[in-house]
Design a protein around this ligand. Sequence first.
Ligand code: NAP
Ligand code: ZN
Length: 365
Amino acid sequence: MEFLYHIPTKLFFGDCVIQKQKDIFSKMGKKALIVTGKTSAKKNGSLFDVMQVLDETDISFTVFDQIEENPSLETIELGRQLGIKENVDFVIGIGGGSPLDAAKAISLFIKNPQIDVYSIFESPQLTYLPIVTIPTTAGTGSEVTPYSIVTVKKEQTKKNLGQKIYPAVAFLDYRYTEDLSYEITVNTAVDALTHLIEGYLNTNATPLSDLYAKEGFYYFLECFKALERKTLDSSIREKFLFVSLLAGMVITQTGTSLPHGMGYALTYHKGLPHGLANGVLLMEYLKSFQDKSRQNQMFCYMKMNSLEEFEQFLSPFLKVQIPIDQAEINTYTTTFYKNEQKRKNHPEEISFEKVKMIYEKSLLK
Ligand code: NAP
Ligand code: ZN
């Protein structure tokens, strides 16, 4: 047995953790840049709670609330400029995966003002300002992962920045997720599920990542049955946030593989939300495996008897009609095939034709 385990983020999970642990902020610096989306953090109370705690601990702050879904390098550059102008010591990301990923990127670009945002993919590992993350969706796990996924318009796709940017502290309070719409709840839950699956069926899976994945699979039926019934009470919201965290801890060790790498094109070109983009490819990805032994184990953990049962149960959550033609699929396949990292994470030989077939069978219906 040989593996590396590295998750350096200090985690606080529970009701009102920000208020209970407010002294943590004083250890991060004197001035903060808060990075968030345009509206939700104002509505769900998370932004107010953070500003109040910063006031109470005499930390000054500036708010950058311009992060769009699937954040672009251009918006990240604007956040960097504000952070440099305000001379901030640390960055606080509040929101879904988009603001959290943007906060990570901005912290790194502030610390390295000489680096052009477009040349980051060729840069060696850089340092970054300390980051605090506060998730308000339950899906990406970005509060603990070292990844920052950005939209690269020039290449017409989304990409991982290619840097390992670990948040110093994460505060997880399910109360901020309580007003999520049903649709966003489903899409983000599917994202967490695909993290568990792609992490478990991964070249880089370790006994420890398997342990987290197994715990995440344990909650699968309960969480998705609650989605089916549309009974999303506090206790289920808390479980979704916990599973999302577990799944984030899995992919921190393993990375993601085919559905994530292939789904980026569906988000960029067809506007599909991230979780759903992975979800629509999930069944054909699973069917493409030659060795089904790990999959069968995984279904056992989920209390599912077979892939057929899993597909039947999950398909109502993955319904989507995307107008798409063969030429588009060929382009997406070519783009994906250049993503060597995602291919390496897949434990079986994956030919160009097989990738194309997964797109075709999932989308040309
Ligand atoms: P998101 O793009 O962050 O947000 C989606 C929508 O949800 C936005 O309209 C947002 O509004 C709203 N929202 C957020 N919190 C809410 C709340 N509590 N109540 C109501 N609405 C709320 O969605 P996401 O699925 O969490 O993140 C997707 C992004 O994360 C993608 O870019 C994906 O590539 C990335 N990702 C990163 C990792 C990683 O490890 N770093 C892993 C998976 C995915 P506002 O805009 O007003 O805030
Ligand atoms: Zn994801």
